[in-house]
Design a protein around this ligand. Structure first.
Ligand code: 3PG
Ligand code: MG
Length: 370
């Protein structure tokens, strides 16, 4: 298998970067509220690559998607706020308008690819968070111009493939979030690598349902119950599920439950006993991967489970990797983001890389290597 070219390989292939026009695909799909950026982590994460290129005299043209405007120029998804922030952090870097204003982006249309590489001498993919998408700006340019991975992409791939292929043991994965269906593939894949799995967040109720427990009005995915049952029946590694739950009772009041919820009760966080147990599992591990909040942490009443797990991930001596926008946001909110070894800029991308060991964006760079 060919290696993925790095920035130095691109420089060697082009002779020099001085005066060259380099297109950099970044993932500047940042959270926004009322037109303002609420977290610029993904912009800051791309700076080492942008600056590396600029230091060598390249003209840097960045391009990203923002949201899902579905091929229309919806002003709600304009890059203006991102362009302004980028201008403060990396003066001189140009930024194209939202790639997803063009239907050709998600459709991977060759004409759109041609327009992207027009006048471009080289291409760098630093958009880890979007590299699981076989979209035009991710898989197209490497077929036309000398290309490389950026420093962010390189680091993400190194860290996540190390988890997948040669983690220090015990290796524990803590998964949360609402949907099991999004994570079934990765759960299957993780069960072959990890030493234990802990599952919280709303997706634990689909597992509870698979165990025949009553879940009241909690969120769950009826069509995934059989798959969860199969996972529980066949897993050769321990799967930790919550032993208590907090949420709202039938009257809408805050309440703590065991693992059987009364009628019309709604589970919204793992309970204190489970949080302590998950925390212990994390403290005893040597490698930890965490994706997805343990509960509805936006509501203070249901933030405790996520906070306890976040604190354990910060405190453990283990090598810790956190993936996914929600878990990263939770860490930042608790002021713990500096205490984690690697906060991935990708949610779906990190899960898919753990699951498959490769991504469309990586394959495109590798297949078109010199
Ligand atoms: C993300 O935020 O997960 C990436 O930017 C990819 O965005 P998408 O899920 O809309 O493709
Ligand atoms: Mg630590």
């Amino acid at each position: 298998m060919k290696a993925i070219p790095a920035l130095k390989d691109l420089e060697a292939r082009l002779g020099s970067l001085d005066g060259k026009r380099i297109l950099v695909r970044t993932d500047f799909n940042v959270p926004m509220e009322e037109g303002r950026i609420t977290d610029d982590f993904r912009i800051r994460a791309a700076l080492p690559t942008l600056q590396w290129l600029q230091e060598r005299g390249a003209t840097v043209v960045a391009a990203s998607h923002l949201g899902r405007p579905k091929g229309t120029s919806d002003p709600k998804y304009s890059m203006d706020a991102v362009r302004q922030r980028l201008g403060e952090l990396a003066p001189g870097v140009e930024l194209l308008e939202n790639l997803r204003y063009h239907a050709g982006e998600e459709g991977n249309d060759p004409t759109f690819v041609a327009s992207l590489v027009d006048g471009i001498d080289g291409y760098v993919n630093d958009a880890f968070g979007a590299s699981h998408r076989a979209h035009a700006s991710i898989v197209g340019p490497p077929q036309h111009v000398p290309s490389a991975m950026g420093r962010l992409l390189q680091r993400e791939v190194e860290v996540l493939l190390k988890l997948r292929n040669s983690p220090q043991r015990p290796f524990v994965a803590v998964l949360g979030g609402a949907k099991v269906s999004d994570k079934l593939g990765v759960i299957d894949a993780l069960l072959t690598t990890v030493d234990a799995l802990a599952i919280g967040g709303a997706m634990c109720f689909t597992f509870f349902a698979a165990q025949g427990r009553s879940i009241g009005d909690s969120l769950f995915e009826p069509d995934q119950v059989d798959t969860c049952k199969r996972l529980l029946d066949t897993a050769t590694k321990p799967i930790h599920l919550p032993s208590d739950i907090t949420g709202l009772d039938a009257a809408g009041n805050y309440a703590t439950f065991g693992t059987r919820l009364p009628e019309r009760a709604k589970g919204l966080d793992i309970g204190p006993g489970s949080a302590a147990e998950f925390g212990d599992v994390v403290m005893d591990a040597r490698t930890v991967f965490w994706n997805g909040p343990m509960g509805m942490f936006e509501d203070d009443r249901f933030a405790a489970g996520t906070k306890t797990v976040a604190q354990a991930v910060a405190d453990t001596k283990a090598f810790t990797v956190v993936g996914g926008g929600d878990s990263a946001a939770a860490l930042a909110e608790f002021g713990l983001d500096d205490d984690v070894d690697h906060v991935s800029t990708g949610g779906g991308a990190s899960l898919e890389l753990l699951e498959h060991g490769d991504l469309p964006g990586l394959a495109a760079l590798r297949e078109n290597a010199a």
